[in-house]
Design a protein around this ligand. Structure first.
Ligand code: IMP
Length: 429
């Protein structure tokens, strides 16, 4: 068995898109297993840039791509995305893309509720307002509309009534207009013929692929620090983002997820609200943001930036189940005189080597830094260790030591080929 699962090991935006694209080159199938169009993966191939949200990155290579049952799917956004990549020259047909029939649908009322809550709350989460949280709530509340329901117009009205019985009460409370059941039914009937051709069974597809000895790449979205259980709750997304979710969110054995690669940026960023111990609200933070082009792919929001936090990544490698990491954006650190790495936290006179679970304590942590010498040469585009300055190698080695997990890949530019391979995740360990 030679499958690979890729997850983000910080707060997202670690550069998963490029690595997933690089790996999907050698995979037979690419599978999304959680999240929705809150994700944003940028893939650069030659002079073309593709921005994917819901579509598995495999579509760029024409690989069979599955949107698993664990994903929440906004069908209108999905069609828009298919049209957008179509205009850029990528044809996505049901021969390539399969949408799990038991995936949950994101509806306009979910997006609206997401926005209403964010606007009304004094404690904002800073969500992407794509309706992700409200949709997962309805899934767990057993009142959601699923993709398969688009095939059965006779049963839809009863399902819509059950959903609206919940939502219209909430909307009244927010002073929003009620959703009309007939109008929603018509919207769903209108979109159904465009979505139904993509419907299929994620677990059966994967079972057949496994029996045929195919290589499967499981593509995580967001990251472990945004995980609903293991992240910085409540400033998290509403799904499990750890590698274990690949099994539940696609319908495969936990043993089938293969080697787990955690994507880790050489510094730290975060979009939205929530604790961030190594955040730099000064010129250095600005410099990291400018050099790293740290703006959200989905919302365009400026990302918060800070030094590498080895405490967090050591923890996410454990909770996420990471076997090896891919370190990205090393070139953003080029030219700094010194580079800091967080090795612990100070809290009320004590030193911690982990992130406490309590959000109030997380907000009061003071990072303990180790300072490393920087390098003046460029690392951008390096494709071998020999092309890296000695201090850059020292930095990578120290990161490895501190997080207790080996570097499998090193990414040195957005280009697919600018990658140093230490351990190919597709080769059995
Ligand atoms: P939601 O997933 O839209 O509910 O947003 C919850 C939190 O997760 C917010 O802080 C978002 O900024 C963050 N988030 C969601 N998706 C991503 C992503 O793909 N990259 C980075 N942050 C994300």
């Amino acid at each position: 068995m030679s499958n690979v699962t890729v997850i983000g090991a910080q707060w997202g935006d670690e550069g998963k898109g490029k690595i997933i694209d690089w790996l999907s080159n050698r995979a037979d199938m690419v599978v999304r297993f959680q999240g929705g169009n809150n994700a944003g993966h940028t893939i650069v191939v030659g002079d073309k840039t593709y921005k994917l949200s819901l579509l598995p990155s495999g579509v760029v290579q024409g690989k069979r791509s599955i949107i698993g049952n664990g994903v929440v799917v906004d069908p209108w956004s999905l069609l828009e995305e298919i049209a957008k990549v179509g205009a850029a020259g990528l044809t996505v047909t049901p021969d390539i893309l399969v949408l799990a029939e038991n995936a949950t649908l994101v509806l306009p009322l979910h997006r609206e509720l997401d926005a209403l809550r964010e606007e009304a709350s004094s404690q904002k989460i800073g969500t992407t307002k794509r309706g992700i949280g409200p949709t997962y709530e309805d899934k767990v509340g057993r009142r959601a509309i699923r993709a398969i329901d688009l095939k059965d117009f006779a049963s839809l009205p009863a399902k819509i009534d059950r959903l609206l019985a919940h939502h219209n009460v909430l909307r009244k409370g927010f002073g929003a207009t009620e959703v009309d059941a007939g109008a929603l039914l018509n919207q769903l009937k209108e979109i159904a013929p465009k979505i139904v051709p993509f419907l299929g069974s994620s677990w059966r597809e994967l079972d057949a692929a496994r029996k045929a000895g195919k290589r499967i790449l499981f593509e995580g979205a967001q990251a472990v620090l945004l995980d609903i259980d293991h992240g910085t709750y409540p400033f998290v997304t509403s799904s499990n983002t750890v590698a274990g979710q690949a099994a539940a969110g696609a319908g495969v054995s936990p043993r089938a997820i293969g080697t787990v690669l955690g994507i880790v940026k050489s510094y730290t960023t975060r979009v939205g609200e929530g604790p961030f111990p190594t955040e730099l609200k000064d010129a250095t933070g600005e410099k990291l943001g400018e050099r790293g082009h740290e703006f959200g792919t989905v919302t365009g929001r400026k990302r918060r930036c800070g030094w590498f936090d080895a405490v967090l990544v050591r923890q996410t490698c454990v909770t996420g189940g990471v076997d090896g990491i891919c370190l990205t954006k090393l070139d953003v650190l080029d030219g700094f005189d010194e580079i800091k790495v967080c090795t612990g936290y100070q809290l009320d006179g004590q030193t911690l080597d982990y992130l406490p679970a309590d959000a109030n304590l997380q907000a009061r942590l003071t990072p303990v830094y180790e300072t490393l010498e920087g390098w003046k040469e460029t690392t951008r585009g390096a494709r071998s260790w020999a092309q890296l300055p000695a201090n850059a190698i020292k930095y990578v080695r120290r990161v490895e030591e501190l997080i207790g997990t080996p570097v499998s890949l090193l990414s040195t530019s957005p280009d697919r080929d600018d990658t140093i391979t230490v351990q190919d995740p597709f080769v059995d360990r």
